[in-house]
Design a protein around this ligand. Structure first.
Ligand code: SF4
Length: 256
């Protein structure tokens, strides 16, 4: 994909959603960190439902350590992998207290040292809580980047490196949100909603016609077909010339 197209893609996504926001609800960098750790293989909606009950009870590392794993589990048992996540959240709270004065560090290496925090979570926290122009590549962004050919890569880290490299500076801060929301609501995994997509004419996904229901993807173009070409003049001439003698004969008969 050429740089002009990439720029146009971000311009369109930005015009459609000028101020994209995380769909996770949080009130501090620490709450965001907890919510992101809980969101692995879970929906933001499910996490928000759990944290709506949890955060009023515990919203600091001290409170989470005090709550403990057994105290935390009842609040997050509706979320997948809750046992592991409960252990990680309590352990990372303890580590924040022991090594960072109870604060979330604005540093990738330090974040990645926390239990349950990988590169993607660190990127989200750096981007959303601290305004760093990182691009966290989750399953949605991985799919959108590869499908559109905005940034092609075999694994999330390769896509992230490529995205960081090719995304124009002015779009890098919000690129994560634009792409994740696009993947979540439009360029969905099973049947992407190509007819409703604002970047359809820029996207290089060769199978995008599959999104059009009840059609043969291999023959139906994404754009409406051009108007039917006018009949060749030759045929008209032939018809006219075939009719001309009959007409002339009729005229002759009528007048004869
Ligand atoms: S045209 Fe289709 S495949 Fe391409 S980004 Fe849009 S929804 Fe995804």
């Amino acid at each position: 994909m050429n740089p002009q197209k990439r720029r146009q893609i971000f311009e369109r996504l930005a015009a459609a959603n000028p101020n994209p926001r995380s769909e996770l609800e949080y009130g501090s960098p620490f709450e965001l960190l907890v919510a992101v750790v809980l969101s692995a293989q879970a929906t933001d909606k499910g996490v928000n439902k759990a944290t709506a009950r949890l955060f009023p009870v515990a919203r600091t590392p001290q409170a989470f350590v005090k709550l403990g794993v057994d105290g935390l589990i009842p609040y997050i048992s509706s979320i997948g992998l809750f046992n592991t996540k409960a252990k990680n959240v309590v352990a990372l709270s303890q580590k924040l207290l022991d090594e960072h004065g109870g604060r979330v560090p604005r540093d990738r290496d330090a974040l990645e040292q926390l239990p349950g925090v990988g590169r993607k979570t660190a990127n989200v926290v750096l981007n959303v809580a601290f305004g760093e122009p990182t691009i966290a590549v989750d399953t949605h962004i991985f799919r959108v980047a590869n499908r559109t050919r905005l940034a092609v890569g075999k694994d999330p880290e390769a896509v992230e490196r490529q995205l960081v490299k090719v995304t124009p500076d002015e779009f890098r801060l919000n690129a994560h949100h634009w792409l994740i929301l696009h993947g979540r609501y439009v360029c969905i995994a099973r049947v992407p909603k190509c007819p409703a997509c604002v970047i359809a004419d820029l996207c290089e996904y060769t199978a995008k016609m599959r999104a059009l229901p009840g059609t043969n993807p291999r023959v139906l173009p994404l754009k409406p077909p051009a108007e039917a070409a006018p009949r060749p003049r030759k045929a008209t001439t032939r018809k006219a010339s075939a009719e001309a003698p009959r007409k002339a004969a009729g005229q002759r008969r009528g007048t004869g």
